[in-house]
Ligand binder design. Sequence first.
Ligand code: UD1
Ligand code: UDP
Length: 431
Amino acid sequence: MSKRSLRGLRVLSVVSTRPELIKMAPVLKEFERRGIESVFVTTGQHYDRELFEEFVCELGLRPPDENLAVGSGSQAFQTGESLKRLEAVFQKHEPSVVLAEGDTNSILAAALAAQKLLVPFGHVEAGLRSFDRRMPEEINRVVADHCAELLFAPTKLSALQLLLEKIPKHKVFVTGNTVVDACLQNLPLARKKSVIRRSLPKKYFLLTVHRKENTDSPTRLKQIFAAAARLEAPVAFPLHPRTKAFIGKYGVKMENIVVLPPLGYFDFLALEEGAAAVLTDSGGVQEECAVLGKRCVVLRENTERPEALGPNCVLAGADSRKIVAEARKRAVRAPCPFGDGKAARRIVSILERGFERRSLAVESSSFVGAGSHYPEFELVSAAKHAGKTIAAFERCEKCEANVLFEGARGAARYPNPERVLKKTDFLLVKR
Ligand code: UD1
Ligand code: UDP
């Protein structure tokens, strides 16, 4: 544990799987840099050396202060055991705030345990939605967001989703995604240290598959590997332990595939950067492709990261023909929608500010409507305020603009404070 003062801000972060380590490393390091007391807890959801310990070392983190050793099991077992064990750890450390990233069972447990103990919960990567309730991750995200007092949305679109779900605006912050920080911080090291590309030909594709919807379906797995077999260059395939079990069980044939163990971050980044195209069902890998300007073929029917979709990134499901056709296209230049690599700094500054202002607390009621327990939203035309910015409109009308509609039937947009209002705009406001 790194300490500043006995009564200072104490942040307890629950970080338990590979992607959480990668995306929380910039935040944990920022705590260290600012001398903020930080407790690092893992539920033990990922326990293999190559999915956890090796990342702790490579990312330059100190080992976890608490390992709750929950391990693998059914959805309910993993969530329930984590909830029970986290409660005890939160009581022991008495944090000012609990922080967790993403959508795993461990972070759902962290959000619930914090809420039940009335410890404020901060959710990093809030507001992502696939709208597919068959994914365990979707329910985890929704519940975690609705337990949170601080919601760190990576993009304006994810912030807008939270506002549409009537989460109070003062709890929502658009910070960028910490994956950009991680990627930019580690890419130079990956270029220097990784030698993995030497074992592959100049042209290769990169494949990762681990989502339940693919691993648990023999048909989908077979279609994905049929596509890989048809590509004109070998396909590097770091094998997630979950997928390994199912490939054996279903007897899936793998042709044109170079099977690799789960890779460390440097090797994986190096492979991503050098690949002709990336085929994946991973969330983090979709985002990294956007940072690296890589062509990304998403092996899913939907994505909670629609910002990534565009000229370089498409949904191909498990349709072999589409996967092959999309993987063969060239990447074009496109801006990265996930931020500028300063997300961790913003998140930590928001936590520090909240602590200094004594506003880190679970609110009794977020709603201010007179005589009502429900927020009073009102749809107003911006016609009278055309030419003013949304911030000026809010000051003038003494209200909070939650959603901007560009025209009476226009799409919902995040109300950027600097956006200049047009006659035809409408705003959903809370007075
Ligand atoms: C979990 C997350 C998923 C995330 C992924 C990151 C949930 C519901 N799923 O999926 O959102 O994208 O982590 O990789 O939280 N196993 C090992 N060694 C380990 C861990 C797991 O062999 O260290 C095997 C076990 O057989 C286990 C299976 O992998 O049953 C699945 O592990 P689990 O953590 O439950 O889910 P993931 O598929 O890894
Ligand atoms: N990753 C890695 N080694 C691998 C595969 C992935 O380091 O062999 C990294 C990848 O760069 C990304 C993260 O792991 O940052 C994504 O994790 P995963 O696909 O397991 O989970 P998801 O993002 O889908 O939740």
